[in-house]
Design a protein around this ligand. Structure first.
Ligand SMILES: [Zn+2]
Ligand SMILES: [Zn+2]
Length: 157
């Protein structure tokens, strides 16, 4: 995760103007643990910068993604979520509420990559799917797995 100072330097390195808006949006995103949507970021940024528009927040996020300063995470069938941590890591996503949890396990950094004659892999991100331990999510998952032979471990909780 970049500090604000490192972010400013990285912007300069990449030829991006360092604007108050960009810094503010990055700060809000990097302080968030939930991989927020553009709209959620907009709501927080607006508190400090009431005249900012949602379109500006979107555009800024997309610019930062393009320059590799932040990342876009696409969980299951959902709107784009943004990640202030541009270092490589993976995610777990809850099927029921869409919560994203970071996975920084080094074991996944050296997976054997598939070979394809028409494709060169430049990176990969793993999305583990499952159920978070929110009560509502657990209940739904356990109700769903009722008929299954293999019950989820968390259903005993
Ligand atoms: Zn959940
Ligand atoms: Zn993440």
């Amino acid at each position: 995760m970049l500090s604000t100072q490192e972010f400013i330097e990285a912007c300069r390195d990449k030829g991006l103007n360092v604007t108050y808006q960009r810094i503010l949006i990055f700060k809000v995103l990097s302080e968030s643990q939930v991989h927020p949507t553009a709209e959620e970021i907009y709501k927080s940024v607006k508190e400090e910068y009431p005249s900012i528009s949602l379109a500006t927040v979107y555009k800024t996020l997309e610019t930062l993604v393009e320059k590799d300063l932040i990342r876009k995470v696409n969980p299951l069938h959902d709107t784009a979520r943004y990640d202030g941590d541009s270092a490589r890591h993976h995610h777990m996503v809850c099927h029921y509420c869409g919560k994203l949890i970071d996975v920084h396990d080094q074991a996944f950094q050296n997976l054997p990559l598939p070979q394809h004659p028409d494709f060169e892999i430049t990176g990969f991100r793993i999305l583990f799917e499952g159920v978070c331990d929110d009560e509502a999510c657990r209940e739904k998952a356990c109700r769903k797995s009722d008929g299954d032979e293999k019950k989820l471990t968390l259903c005993g909780k």
